[in-house]
Every structure is written in structure tokens, then in C-alpha cells.
Design a protein around this ligand. Structure first.
Ligand SMILES: C[S@@+](CC[C@H](N)C(=O)[O-])C[C@H]1O[C@@H](n2cnc3c(N)ncnc32)[C@H](O)[C@@H]1O
Length: 357
């Protein structure tokens, strides 16, 4: 597979490096300076709302929030330019994907929901679904968004290794909102004998996911579909999982996705979603809540305002829980996120079990 980063011109490389450095300094220098100004500006806030009010009074706040949004826009511009100028080669590669025995099932009639198509999620122009090249742009951009710390899919591998149960060999695992397969291929590595299915609304993502899996020699079934109604059989799956997908849906759609996951699971099967949760520290949480506006995440607040443990129970699942997830070292970390000087996402795993009859 062509890795676009191997083909960048000197100018393109310089631009990408500049944006990456800007993002790193925003996270490890500007954010701690903002936190320090907050600490010296008065007693700690007791609620997120109070902390958000205090945040807006700080002298560093306009600089901090401007930088977060502007570097995200710069990122998509440079990733988009780099991808579009290599369109022909990249499209050829999507069309020539076979070898590992995986499948790609697209549904041109699939009705994409308005809440999905109406927003440029993460500020990516045209979103993830609108053009054959959208997934290449997203794949490139996501490396920078994660500050290159997720190169090699480190977070996703940690999730597969520490959050998911051991399974018998003839198992079936479904990845809802699989995107371009960044979350799905680590599942195939974790369960080499299992049937792995990736479901996503976006055809461009699935086409790239399929091409990359085939090139790598990993047989995965990719299906265009809605996580709320996958069309898979009742009780046919051992694990239903998803990473970074629930926060992109409105509250009602998240509940429907949990109900669908419960329907798909066999007795004893496991639901596992990697998402974000508030840390309980008002200042930290206020900056995370505001990320929603600055990064065009229209449903981020729905996730934080929803009681997904209750949604799991309503769907007939037992033992629902949220566990903090440390993406740097240990994966699932029941002890909490710990002190973090730099800005970071408070990753968390939603877990629940389908009862044995
Ligand atoms: C932030 S991406 C995460 C992709 C991948 N799981 C990862 O970790 O890189 C969210 C994905 O969820 C998909 N998505 C959003 N709502 C969905 C739904 N109702 N059904 C299926 N896919 C959905 C989007 O198209 C997108 O590919």
C-alpha cells in the first residue's frame, strides 16, 4: 500500500511537521500554562459549569482555544492537499485490493442519517463519507491528531489486548464504526481464528479498510451498514465492540446502538466500547467539554449527559461499567487516569455482559 507520508514533497513535509509541532506545544505547553493561570486565579471550581465560566476569564484562554481550532483546520487543509494531488494512484490502489480472502459489501442504497451528513465532523471538510479519498485524508490527519502517539495503532492494540475477553477459536467479533479499519485489524491480531466483521456507514472508509487488510494478508468482512441496525443475526456474536464511535451519535442513536449490540450478542457475550468520560476534575472536564465546540463534535455533550450504564441495563445487559483507559501504558486502568500535565482525552471503556439465559 502507498503510504502517502513516504511521498510528501519537502514543502508538504515541512507543513505537516509544523502543524504537528504546533499541536504538541498546544497540548504540552499552552494547556499547562492555562491550568497554572486557573490555579492561581482563585479557589478550585466545584462544578464543570463554574470551571467553564472561570476558564473564559483567563488571559490565555483566547490563545488556547484559537490554537486548538486553527491547527485542526490547518491539518485538514494539508492532509487534503497531499491526498488529492495523488488521487489517481490512491484510487487505483482501492480498486486493486484482493489477496487475503476478506470481503467488502457496500450498500449504495443505505440511507445515511441527517445527523451524520449534516456536520463536518472534527472539522474535516465533507466529513468521512462524501468522497472516495475522504478516508485517506482522515487516516493521514488522525496520525497528527493523536500526536503520532497512535502510529502502529498503539491505542487500539492496547484496547484489544486489555479490554477484551479471551474467546474460543470459532468466535465472531463485530466492530461498529470501524472507519478505515484502524480498530478492526487489531481485533484480527487479538483473535486470529475468529470471524471479524467491521461495520460502518461510510463507503470510503470501508474501501480503504478492505484494501489495507487485503494488502496486509488479514481476512476481514467489511460491511456498509448502520450500527443501530446491522442486519446481522440475533445472538450470533461473542463480542460487539467499537472505538470512538458513540460520541459521534446523538443520544437516541447511542441507545439504539447499545440495544443492537445486546441483540447481536450470544449469552455470555461481551459489549466493549472505547470512548471518553469526564474525569471528575472540573477544570480538566471543562476543557474537554469545550473541545466539542472547537472541534465540531456536535454530540460529544450527549455522550457525557447520557447514562449509558442504564442504557445497557435497559437493553438487558448485566454488570455495566466504565473503566478509565490509559492509552500511554496500561490500557484499562481501574485506578483512574492519574495526574496528567498535558491536555489529553480521558479515554474510558464501557463494558457489559449478555446474561447466560
Ligand atoms: C472517529 S471514527 C472511529 C473509527 C475507528 N473505530 C477508529 O477507532 O479509528 C467514527 C466512525 O464511526 C462511523 N459511524 C458513526 N456513526 C455510525 C453508525 N451509526 N453506524 C456505523 N458507523 C458509524 C463513522 O463513519 C466513522 O467511521
Amino acid at each position: 500500500m502507498i503510504d502517502i507520508e513516504d511521498r510528501l514533497t519537502f514543502d508538504e513535509r515541512s507543513t505537516v511537521d509544523y502543524i504537528l509541532a504546533l499541536r504538541k506545544r498546544w497540548a504540552d505547553t499552552v494547556y499547562p500554562a492555562l491550568a497554572q493561570e486557573y490555579r492561581t486565579s482563585g479557589a478550585p471550581a466545584r462544578t464543570v459549569e463554574e470551571a467553564a465560566g472561570r476558564l473564559r476569564e483567563l488571559s490565555l484562554y483566547p490563545w488556547y482555544s484559537h490554537l486548538e481550532r486553527v491547527q485542526q483546520k490547518m491539518l485538514w487543509r494539508s492532509a487534503g492537499d497531499a491526498v488529492i494531488s495523488r488521487r489517481a494512484d490512491l484510487i487505483d490502489q482501492l480498486n486493486a485490493s484482493e489477496g487475503a480472502g476478506g470481503t467488502l459489501t457496500l450498500d449504495p442504497e443505505l440511507d445515511l442519517p441527517g445527523w451524520y451528513t449534516d456536520f463536518d465532523i472534527h472539522l474535516q471538510p465533507g466529513g468521512f463519507f462524501s468522497d472516495d479519498l475522504s478516508a485517506y485524508v482522515y487516516e493521514f490527519g488522525a496520525r497528527i491528531v493523536m500526536l503520532r502517539d497512535n502510529d502502529g495503532y498503539k491505542f487500539h492494540r492496547l484496547f484489544a489486548e486489555t479490554a477484551l475477553p479471551d474467546l474460543p477459536s470459532a468466535a465472531r467479533v463485530v466492530d461498529i464504526g470501524c472507519g478505515f479499519g484502524k480498530s478492526t485489524r487489531p481485533l484480527a491480531a487479538r483473535y486470529p481464528d475468529a470471524e471479524i466483521i467491521g461495520v460502518d456507514l461510510a463507503a470510503p472508509g470501508l474501501r480503504l479498510a478492505h484494501a489495507e487488510a487485503e494488502a496486509e494478508g488479514t481476512a476481514i468482512s467489511y460491511v456498509q451498514g448502520d450500527g443501530r441496525a446491522t442486519g446481522l443475526q440475533d445472538g450470533s456474536c461473542d463480542v460487539v465492540t467499537g472505538t470512538m464511535v458513540l460520541h459521534e451519535m446523538p443520544a437516541q442513536a447511542v441507545r439504539e446502538t447499545i440495544r443492537e449490540a445486546a441483540r447481536l450478542l450470544r449469552p455470555g457475550g461481551a459489549l466493549r466500547f472505547l470512548e471518553f468520560q469526564p474525569t471528575g476534575e472540573p477544570f480538566r472536564d471543562a476543557t474537554i467539554f469545550e473541545h466539542a465546540e472547537r472541534n465540531n463534535e456536535p454530540f460529544f455533550h450527549d455522550l457525557f449527559a447520557s447514562d449509558l450504564l442504564e442504557s445497557c441495563r435497559e437493553a438487558g445487559l448485566t454488570e455495566p461499567s466504565w473503566s478509565p483507559f490509559d492509552e500511554r501504558n496500561h490500557g484499562v486502568s481501574p485506578g483512574g487516569w492519574g495526574e496528567r500535565r498535558e491536555w489529553h482525552f480521558p479515554w474510558a471503556v464501557l463494558a457489559a455482559t449478555k446474561p447466560e439465559n
